[in-house]
Each structure stands twice: as structure tokens, then as C-alpha cells.
Ligand binder design. Structure first.
Ligand SMILES: Cc1cc2nc3c(=O)[nH]c(=O)nc-3n(C[C@H](O)[C@H](O)[C@H](O)COP(=O)(O)OP(=O)(O)OC[C@H]3O[C@@H](n4cnc5c(N)ncnc54)[C@H](O)[C@@H]3O)c2cc1C
Length: 353
């Protein structure tokens, strides 16, 4: 989705774009499927806000179970939308803008010189080599290190993500549920087609092995929470991710990384898609800007992306680190129950476009 956002903005700036996607849409992917006010602003910029709102379920409340307490807050306008619906919607918008889209096609960066970037494309068993003046990597959490061009500064570690679709009559439409304990956190939200998206970030590592399979762990977190009465049934296919926390150099030479491919914290604050799209738009504007030498665009991007997302990623890190401390959770839950308005600065900061 970061790649589609970048392509749409590049086309609006008159730049020719090849957009390559290795899967065939529609496809499911691990995600909590919630977009807040800042994300809706980005959809307006991309010209697809009305389509997203038409296909999604509006969200207005956030309900958390934290340290044995139930906290309910009103949230700014948002939407819950499945990735089976949202990603094709963005890809179609890129096609309408004139991007040359290849689906079911895998791209691998083979090398970068001062003249351009060499990329291998594999589609339907046919391999071809192409030279581009600039390449934007938006390959998500499973992206490689781009032939050593973009090394990790923090190798992937920490919790891993899981998601699965379920059905339940107990999940109210328009409410984002979040249950937390020391094993991780689980989010539930009802989608427009009536299914419930269940997404979680669970501790990885040796200790977590003893907790059982991901669905057992999700059920355990929910049954120990204030949402124990919510019955989930008919689980679909369970999808998981590698460890989530990572950061890397986001650009070098003529290669730029955006979205999860450029680094990720955790999903608790529900901003990954917005960070990805905002990064995609900013990268497009940098590439199209008349600053001259594309040979340095990746290095400039590395600094620019850090400045764009530093504050919000730091807040996300602080919140998710605090969630792992039972004492911090008790204090936060007690305070928010008594003074829910104290959440306003955090919500405002998360929803700043
Ligand atoms: C448990 C969990 C819950 C989450 N909940 C939310 C939420 O509620 N709200 C939110 O905003 N964010 C959420 N996120 C984060 C969000 O899912 C990601 O941040 C977002 O999808 C990143 O977008 P992206 O475009 O960088 O990567 P992706 O959406 O992963 O897209 C990458 C694309 O690249 C393709 N690709 C990969 N390799 C290649 C290749 N070599 N060649 C061609 N194509 C390739 C893939 O097929 C994929 O379609 C959640 C994450 C997790 C783990």
C-alpha cells in the first residue's frame, strides 16, 4: 500500500512509474485493518477517501482491557476496512493515474551504479532484467536487504504479528477492542461484510513457546480480559509475520525504502498504513523535486524519513514498552478510567497528518 501511494503521487507529478506486486489481488494479509483520522486525510490526498469510506465500517469508539480495567474512549473519525478490499482499491487508483502495474510479479534489486538501478523481474516463469533511474522498495516486513544496499540498524526482533478472520455476534460495529496482558495484545474490529478481524502482537522468543499456538494465546488473552464474554467462532486461515521491531538505513544512492520495508515498531497505535502512505507520498515528492542529482536521492531520503516519522515512532515505542510493564499498565488504566480526557494529547499526536 505504501508503494501504491508513492506511485499515485509520482504520476500526479508527471513521473513515469512501473509498479510491481508479487501477489495476486485480492489477498488477505496480517493487519488490524483500522485507519484513523490521519490516514483518512492521506486517502483524501490520494483521491480515494470516498471509495474507502463506502467500502469500510466507520469507527468511533476505542475500548481497551488493561490491567483488569475496562477503558472506553471516543476516537476521531476512522474506518475499519479489510486488506482484501483496500489494497485493490489503491492499486486500481494507481492504474487510473497511469502507473504501469504488473501483478504476480516479483522484483529483486540486483545492483546500483551511478547510472541507475538494475532490477530482476520474475513473472509467470519469465525472468527479465531492467534498468531504472530510481527504485522505491515497498515490500513490507519480508523485504530483503536489497543486495546489501540497505543494512539493518536494528535487526528484526520483538513480538510477531498474527491475524485471522472470525465471526461473532458480540463484537459491536464501530468499536475497536484491544485486550492486553503480559503475552501481548489482541485487537478486534467488525468489518463491513460482518466478519471480525482479529489481529495480535504476541511475544516471541523461547519463553513464548510454552504459551501454545497463536490462536490458543489469542483466546487466552481475550478470556482473561474484560471481553471474556465475546464469543469468536469459525476462524479462517491464521497468518503470521516475522518479528516486528526493526529499523534500517532507508535509502542509498538511487534506492529508497518506504513503509514497513523501511522499519517498523508495533501495531498498538494503529498507524503502520498511515506511516507507509505518508512515506510513499514524501518519497515521490523528493524524487520529482528539481534538486538535481538522483545519485544522492536515497541518502537524502534516509534523513528525511527519519525526521518525518521520528516523533510518532518514538511515541509508539514508549506506549508499547509501557504495555509490557504491569505497574505502568495499572497506573495508565486507573488514570484513564478516572480522567479519559488525558488520552486526548496521545490521540491528537497519532492523528496528526
Ligand atoms: C498484527 C498487526 C496489526 C496491524 N494493524 C494495523 C492497523 O490496524 N492499522 C494500520 O494502519 N496498520 C496496522 N498494521 C501495520 C500495517 O499492516 C503495515 O504497516 C502496512 O501494511 C505497511 O504497508 P507496506 O506497504 O509497507 O507493506 P505491505 O502492506 O506488507 O505491502 C507490501 C507488498 O509488497 C509485496 N511484495 C513483497 N515482496 C515483493 C517483491 N520482491 N516484489 C514485488 N512485490 C513484493 C507484497 O506482496 C505486499 O503486497 C498492523 C500490523 C500488524 C503486524
Amino acid at each position: 500500500m505504501a508503494g501504491a501511494a508513492c506511485a499515485i503521487r509520482l504520476r500526479s507529478l508527471g513521473v513515469a512509474v512501473d509498479l510491481v506486486e508479487k501477489s495476486v489481488f485480492p489477498r488477505a494479509k496480517v493487519c488490524g485493518c483500522c485507519i484513523g483520522e490521519a490516514g483518512l486525510k492521506v486517502f483524501s490526498q490520494l483521491g480515494i477517501r470516498a471509495d474507502v469510506l463506502d467500502s469500510g465500517m466507520p469507527t468511533r469508539r476505542w475500548c481497551a482491557s488493561l490491567a483488569g480495567q475496562r477503558i472506553e474512549l471516543s476516537i476521531p473519525e476512522g474506518v475499519a476496512i479489510s486488506r482484501e478490499v483496500l489494497d485493490p482499491l489503491m492499486m486500481n487508483a494507481a492504474v487510473r493515474c497511469g502507473a504501469n502495474v504488473s501483478m504476480n510479479c516479483t522484483a529483486v534489486v540486483k545492483g546500483s551504479t551511478r547510472d541507475g538501478v538494475s532490477v530482476q523481474l520474475d513473472q509467470n516463469g519469465t525472468t527479465s532484467l531492467h534498468d531504472y533511474s530510481c527504485v522505491v522498495i515497498a515490500a513490507g516486513l519480508r523485504s530483503g536487504n536489497c543486495s546489501g544496499l540497505l543494512p539493518w540498524t536494528e535487526v528484526p526482533h520483538g513480538p510477531f504479528g498474527i491475524s485471522v478472520m472470525a465471526s461473532s455476534a458480540d463484537v459491536d460495529p464501530g468499536v475497536i477492542y484491544m485486550a492486553c496482558n503480559e503475552d501481548g495484545y489482541v485487537g478486534l474490529v467488525k468489518l463491513a461484510d460482518g466478519r471480525v478481524d482479529v489481529a495480535a502482537a504476541l511475544q516471541s522468543g523461547q519463553a513464548s513457546g510454552a504459551h501454545g499456538d497463536p490462536i490458543t494465546r489469542v483466546r487466552r488473552i481475550l478470556s482473561a480480559s474484560q471481553f471474556a464474554s465475546i464469543e469468536l467462532s469459525e476462524f479462517g486461515t491464521v497468518m503470521t509475520t516475522p518479528p516486528l521491531r526493526r529499523s534500517r538505513r532507508a535509502g542509498h544512492g538511487r534506492v529508497l525504502a518506504i513503509g514497513d520495508a523501511a522499519g517498523y515498531v508495533e501495531p498498538f497505535t494503529g498507524e503502520g498504513m498511515t506511516w507507509g502512505m505518508q512515506g510513499g507520498i514524501a518519497a515521490a515528492e523528493l524524487i520529482a523535486s528539481p534538486f538535481g542529482d538522483l545519485n544522492d536521492v536515497g541518502d537524502v531520503w534516509d534523513r528525511k524519513l527519519a525526521a518525518l516519522l521520528r516523533r510518532r515512532k518514538r511515541t509508539c515505542r514508549l506506549v508499547t514498552t509501557a504495555l509490557r510493564s504491569p505497574a505502568a499498565c495499572r497506573i495508565a488504566a486507573g488514570t484513564l478510567r478516572l480522567f479519559p480526557s488525558l488520552a486526548t494529547p496521545l490521540l491528537r499526536s497519532m492523528n496528526k497528518a
